[in-house]
Design a protein around this ligand. Structure first.
Ligand SMILES: [Zn+2]
Ligand SMILES: [Zn+2]
Length: 277
């Protein structure tokens, strides 16, 4: 019997897309081309990531990160280098520190206990190489192309990756049941609104939105729902429910009926800093 912190799940989503889920719940995506594969994010760094990857493919794998938070780059130490959003560089030190990772684990694991600090995990070494990604960068895996799209909001640099032939957009933490602008590096509501307007224009050419937490997929309507929340916030018409996100005070825009669902039944909520409208 393996321990809970060793359990990595692999799910085939299509011929070229596999979803890898960490024991702490974060989703990563492995995209296969003819000559190489891309891994999107590495989770918090628990479990044997290479065993999961090698159960799918023997291709060389290049690592890309949607943004630089501990639950997305925590496992980067399984690699020697990664491509990250250029504008998230200032987040590297915190995201790779043990303090940053414990901060995430306290949010992810409601039963967090100090002894969890002793759980085996991978460290990101000091000589790790961080390459910068910029908007529009094209990632050719051989027959499969991913396009990097800068989408500031959850962090200043946040990138989405568009799988051009399957029309899947990998959104990281940009869109979810509880999108937050309160985490380290988050932007103002106004900047996020601009990103959502750009995404809205792209939506007709996108089949599915895959994200990094909970179900790993969000309905397209989340873009409109978050967009209208941003407009409500800017007009002072949201519910303004006080919350603390990893010690950072802010507001949840709409009242929740439980940990994941809005009271009004619409998909997607937004937390933000009232000082950064
Ligand atoms: Zn994040
Ligand atoms: Zn995350």
């Amino acid at each position: 019997m393996s321990e809970w912190y060793e359990e990595i799940c692999v799910k085939k989503m299509s011929d070229t897309i596999y979803r890898i889920t960490n024991p702490t719940g974060e989703h990563m995506f492995l995209i296969l081309g003819e000559s190489r594969a891309a891994l999107i994010d590495t989770g918090a760094g628990y479990g044997d990531l290479w065993k999961a990857i090698r159960s799918v493919t023997d291709l060389p794998v290049t690592l890309y990160n949607t943004h630089v938070h501990p639950d997305h780059v925590g496992g980067n130490g399984f690699f020697r280098e990664a491509w990250i959003p250029e504008h998230d560089r200032e987040l590297i030190a915190n995201a790779t520190s043990w303090k940053g990772r414990v901060g995430f684990m306290k949010i992810a694991l409601s039963d967090w206990r100090e002894e969890f600090e002793a759980i085996p995990h991978v460290e990101v070494p000091d000589d790790f190489i961080w390459h910068g990604l910029k908007d529009g960068d094209r990632i050719d895996l051989g027959g499969v192309v991913l396009r990097a799209i800068e989408t500031p909001g959850h962090t200043k640099g946040s990138m989405c990756f568009l799988h051009e032939s399957e029309k899947i957009l990998f959104v990281g933490d940009l869109l979810g049941r509880k999108t937050t602008l309160l985490a380290r590096g988050g932007t103002s509501v106004t900047v996020f609104l601009e990103t959502l307007r750009n995404l809205q224009e792209m939506l007709p050419e996108i089949n599915e939105l895959y994200n990094s937490h909970n179900e790993g997929i969000v309905p397209k309507e989340v873009v409109w729902n978050l967009l209208s929340l941003c407009i409500d916030i800017l007009n002072g018409k949201d519910d303004k429910i006080p919350i603390l996100f990893n010690h950072h005070p802010g507001y949840m825009a709409k009242r929740m009926k439980n940990a994941l669902e809005r009271e009004d039944g619409k998909f997607g909520n937004l937390s933000y800093d009232p000082e950064k409208i």
